[in-house]
Design a protein around this ligand. Structure first.
Ligand code: GLY
Length: 423
């Protein structure tokens, strides 16, 4: 098979690593990819939102399957264009992808289909949003409506901070994503990430993980795209998995199809495990980053048949995927200043060494100079991932590998998995 993979982050590096391991794959092309992926496939410098160029690339290479990594490609309508070109695609259409690309759409969708989530209000001006705060109590959850790479959410402890967050969104901090603000009730509980594959009709559980959203140890600092993950996460008892599937994932996938936008790809359900069961925090229309990294380390089955089945409507023909009976941990190394103003260009030494068979370092925001020097070129830069017979061993292996990387320009959280350790 010839596969075109879209994206350049740690998530896509992990997908490429797993796709490359499939005996079904003869050619892997990645657009645009990153330096860490260069040994896995041929990199093509095409933007993930340049839909005409991506279609041309898929046609040139006679791709049997296109795998969409990032949400920006979903929002840009890549899956829609691939459908017109009759090229199988793993990833939802722009219409189905509104489950991620508009928080206001998703809240109204939850209302229409009685999916459990927090109370909310949608506001089109800063003045209306500030007035709307009176319907909520602190802490206030302020969200830009559109895509903001996980950074468009502020949990404001008081009114003044909430009002500043509202001004930031309407002041253009998130570009077009900030045309509307969603204010939400703060949910008490433990957060988790659950994944379901769907081929437009049939859906299938595809693992779970727990992320760490705040930039710094002790859940301090601004929200980020995610600073580290582990899988399996003890919060996902069999009951919580079952409730999340039957109360959120399955009804959402059936309802979006009933609304005329069948969903093909992976639905990422970010939920709060509350005393009343799971409540939706957000849907995402792609794998989580860095949740995908730990899922790929734990996935024993060949990934490719599952991606292809989602694209071709044949998921019902596949068995449940097999998982390694081991834990996986991912520690994100980010550039100093992330998420607000990451400093680019600092040199990273030691990322490409052999860390042993249970450790994999996925690249995200990296670039390589002509002389081979590796440098930071984004906010989240490296994902140090490890597997082990227990969560503690996997975590120890991941942090031991982090210690071997010499990068004064970066930082990381030292408490990934604190909830699991505390249990
Ligand atoms: N790690 C959270 C996300 O991918 O949105």
């Amino acid at each position: 098979m010839k596969i075109l993979l879209i994206g350049s982050g740690g998530r896509e590096h992990a997908l490429a690593w797993k796709i490359k391991a499939s005996p079904l794959v003869e050619t892997l092309v990645i657009a645009p990819g990153n330096p860490g992926m260069a040994t896995l496939g041929e990199l093509k410098p095409v933007s993930p939102i340049d839909v005409p160029a991506l279609i041309a690339l898929a046609q040139d290479m006679a791709a049997d399957l296109v795998v969409i990594g990032p949400e920006v490609s979903v929002e840009a309508g890549l899956a829609d264009a691939l459908a017109l070109a009759e090229i199988p695609c793993f990833g939802p259409t722009a219409a189905a992808g509104q489950l991620e690309s508009s928080k206001a759409f998703t809240k109204a969708f939850c209302d229409r289909h009685s999916l459990p989530t927090s109370a909310y209000g949608v506001f089109e001006t800063a003045a209306a949003a500030k007035a709307g705060l009176s319907a909520f109590v602190a802490p206030y959850v302020i969200k830009a409506d559109g895509l903001a790479a996980g950074k468009g959410v502020v949990i404001a402890p008081d009114l003044a901070t909430a009002e500043t967050a509202i001004d930031d969104v309407f002041g253009g901090r998130f570009g077009g994503a900030g045309a509307r603000v969603v204010i939400e009730e703060f949910l008490e509980g433990e957060i988790g990430s659950l994944f379901a594959l769907c081929d437009g009709q049939t859906s299938m559980l595809f693992g779970s993980a727990q992320d760490h959203k705040r930039a710094f140890d002790g859940e301090q600092g601004p929200n980020t795209g995610g600073m580290g993950t582990y899988s399996p996460a003890p919060v996902f008892t069999p009951t919580l998995v079952e409730q999340t599937l039957t109360r959120l994932a399955e009804p959402a996938l059936a309802s979006i199809a009933a609304e005329g936008a069948p969903y093909r790809g992976v639905l990422f359900v970010e939920l709060m495990a509350t005393q009343d069961g799971p409540k939706l925090v957000e849907f995402n229309a792609r794998f989580g980053d860095p949740e995908c990294q730990v899922l790929m380390l734990r996935l024993k089955s060949d990934l490719v048949p599952y991606l292809l089945a989602c694209a071709t409507g044949t998921l019902h023909e596949l068995p449940q995927p097999q998982w390694h009976d081991e834990a996986a941990v991912c520690v994100v190394l980010a550039a100093q200043g992330y998420p607000d103003a990451p400093q680019m260009g600092s040199e990273i030494i030691g990322a490409d060494q052999d860390f042993g068979e249970d450790v994999v370092v996925f690249h995200a925001g990296t670039r390589r100079d002509a002389d081979g020097t590796l440098r930071a070129s984004g906010g989240r830069v490296l994902n140090v991932c490890a597997r082990g017979p227990s969560f503690e061993v996997a975590r120890q292996r991941a942090y031991a590998a982090v210690a071997k990387i010499d990068w004064p320009g970066g930082f990381y959280r030292t408490d990934i998995g604190w909830r699991a350790l505390g249990r």
